[in-house]
Design a protein around this ligand. Structure first.
Ligand SMILES: NC(=O)c1ccc[n+]([C@@H]2O[C@H](COP(=O)([O-])OP(=O)(O)OC[C@H]3O[C@@H](n4cnc5c(N)ncnc54)[C@H](OP(=O)(O)O)[C@@H]3O)[C@@H](O)[C@H]2O)c1
Length: 280
């Protein structure tokens, strides 16, 4: 029997990405391993990490502690932009797998665009990692419309997703449309706006009417548009809350009420990689 998360997945170029995953940025040490294990025991089948999060070892520990079969869990990791030169990319992917203690990840992403290394060098190298079996699928993260188009043009393997900031307060319609044009899934990071959804009156009103939380309404709003979500929490009770979004459906009127909350300047994650040596 598929779990709720497996049954609810977005498909893109042969990848089946469970609609709800656990985000792990900022989860460290034992907390990280325990939250991954607890999430999987609750039914999550999708975990998001990155070499930059410095927690791949603990994510791997949590996966093993859960005793859920490897093939049931969709594991994503990301390569940091300072490692986008072809040989560095391959080494970074191998090191991520070694830390996770996995033979293969399900999805390997380019974490942020790197203006200093040409995509025409990085994309063929990324595609090669898929062909050599280090990852089942490949994709990008934080790519604009123009960069998404360029990446698709340069790739000779399908790019299955663009992981971007999406929540009710940000208008990402253009990049979402670009992903759709190329059959790519959209995976939403910061999907509860880092807790900001709990302070919004429209979401609070809909949540109260439905006996749900504002976070659940926000997550439901996204998955109902076919967008996968990877909320992060360090609290067990919120793991269950963030996962329990399949037993109700927002009406067209409720969806229409939430839509105008989105703004072009609604971004929370204000970052652009510029070759800073802070993390290497
Ligand atoms: N690709 C990228 O560049 C990128 C960038 C940012 C994030 N990400 C990924 O996306 C994941 C999620 O994004 P995020 O961590 O930025 O933001 P988020 O998931 O929107 O928010 C996490 C914050 O919201 C709180 N929270 C979680 N569930 C809640 C709920 N039900 N009610 C109220 N508050 C809740 C958490 O606090 P508690 O811990 O106290 O519950 C935490 O402080 C990350 O962990 C990471 O895996 C990727």
């Amino acid at each position: 029997m598929p779990t709720a998360a497996q049954a609810h997945a977005v498909e893109a170029h042969g990848a089946r990405i469970p609609l709800v995953g656990l985000g792990t940025w900022d989860l460290r040490g034992r907390t990280c391993a325990r939250m991954v294990e607890a999430a999987l025991r609750l039914g999550y089948r999708h975990v998001d990490t990155a070499e930059m999060y410095d927690n791949e070892r603990e994510v791997g520990e949590g996966l093993r502690a859960s005793a859920i079969a490897r093939e049931e869990v969709f594991v994503t990791t990301k390569v940091w932009p300072s490692h986008f030169a072809p040989r560095a990319l391959e080494r970074a992917a191998e090191e991520s797998l070694a830390r996770l203690k996995l033979a293969q990840v399900d999805l390997l992403l380019l974490h942020w665009p790197n203006p200093q290394i040409a995509l025409r060098d990085t994309l063929p190298a990324l595609c090669k990692l898929k062909r050599s079996g280090l990852t089942r699928h490949i994709g990008v993260s934080n790519f604009t419309v123009a960069l998404t188009e360029e990446a698709v043009r340069l790739a000779d393997e399908p790019l299955v997703c663009n992981q971007i900031e999406v929540h009710p307060f940000i208008d990402q319609s253009k990049v979402i449309a670009a992903c759709r044009r190329h059959g790519m899934a959209v995976v939403a990071y910061s999907p509860v706006a880092r807790g900001g959804v709990t302070r919004d009156k429209v979401l609070a009103k809909i949540a109260a009417a439905r006996g749900k939380s504002a976070a659940q309404v926000s997550l439901r709003y996204l998955v109902q548009r076919g967008i996968a979500v990877i909320p992060r929490t360090s609290r067990r009770e919120r793991l269950a809350e963030n996962f329990a979004i399949f037993g109700f459906e927002l009406s067209a009127a409720e969806m229409a009420e939430i839509a105008p909350l989105a703004h072009r300047d609604g971004r929370i994650v204000d970052f652009a990689y510029s070759g800073s040596p802070d993390w290497d």
